[in-house]
Design a binder for this molecule. Sequence first.
Ligand code: ATP
Ligand code: MG
Length: 423
Amino acid sequence: MAIQAPRGTRDVLPAESYRWQYLEEKMRKAAALAGYREVRTPVFEHTELFARGVGDTTDIVQKEMYTFNDKGNRSITLKPEGTAGAARCFLESNLYADALPCKMYYLNAPIFRYEAPQSGRLREHHQFGLECFGAQDATVDAELILLAYHLLEELGVKNLSVRINSIGCPNCRPSYHGALKDFLVSRLDGLCEDCKNRYERNPLRVLDCKKPGCKAQVKDAPSMLDYLCEECRDHFAQLKACLQSEGIPFAVDSRIVRGLDYYTKTVFELVTETDGGALTVCGGGRYDHLVAQLGGPDLPAVGFGMGIERVLMLLDSEGIEIPKPDQYEVFVTYMKDNRAEAFALVQALRRQGIRADMDHCSRSLKAQFKYANKTGARFAATIGEEEARTGTVRVKDMGSGEERTVALAEAGDTIRKMRKEAE
Ligand code: ATP
Ligand code: MG
């Protein structure tokens, strides 16, 4: 049998890459409008970065990483998320010595997680992510949420809900951990094996478990929001005020804790309801101590990651179409003897910035027209016997059927003119 792509991966086919490019353009524009500049970091990092950064009690680090020893016997891991690499880069290049905040984004970063493949869950997916280092104000948390929301709104997404929560800081979280453990201790039997472990090592993670049994057990769990210290409470109040003043709908959801250990204060998700259930398209939050944890200065930071494949799924499920560009504008059709003239015409049109092509498969004239139609070419430019003899070309608007015979050198201008007149 022919070799297949590994499970949980997906090709982006030539006929569908325009959808990715369309998103890319919108994403770059949205990021640039808010002063975020692109960063590109390697696809793999030292495993230790994720163990230390993401947290070794998280699902990602415990179960989902693609880790291997390279030929130099170093433990290497394919990026399972974008933030740790961005923070490592920020630190390694001393960007904290420049004017802060430092705003960066990554686009189409491939992310690898060994997950059970199912709808919306791939082993390689891609993210658009923004990170802002060195600013503690809730205005940044708010701008990120608004940016993600407006981006999806601009794409035409309707069913979007913003869920926010605060999971406190190292000052106030321990007392909540205590309260949560007190609550969970009598419910341990109802939790899955993973959650029994989480109860010991990182009880907050239990709230993040997707198993229905565990979800039911934590339904009435105490809320972190009741345990926030004054600083975290103020920060959360500011965030809510910013979102309210901009008029976007949001809900406070104390069940959101996010799957990574580095979060502090704000966490948020953008969720949408699809036929297959709730789908998280974007997740993020504040990670005020990650940079310090990685050996740098204690600098606040906040960011989000948006799954590109999930955005595309969402557009599909809401029936939102992305304008599909035609492969060619002009298809040059020709009689066999006039191949040289056809070739020269294609090159000339391309030099003028007109997307053009010709038959490369020795098809009959009739089959060439059929092919031209199939590619969606707007114009056919034909060089037959008569045209070759007189140094002309017959330009046909495939939509209206209108034809004009003009000198070869005028083909480009004629096409532009006909295009304009039809507008
Ligand atoms: P989930 O709760 O769905 O497992 P997560 O909390 O693991 O998501 P993040 O680490 O926050 O996800 O990643 C940010 C975004 O990347 C998610 O909101 C989602 O859109 C996308 N994403 C995460 N994991 C996958 C995956 N396995 N396949 C496709 N997209 C994914
Ligand atoms: Mg996950």
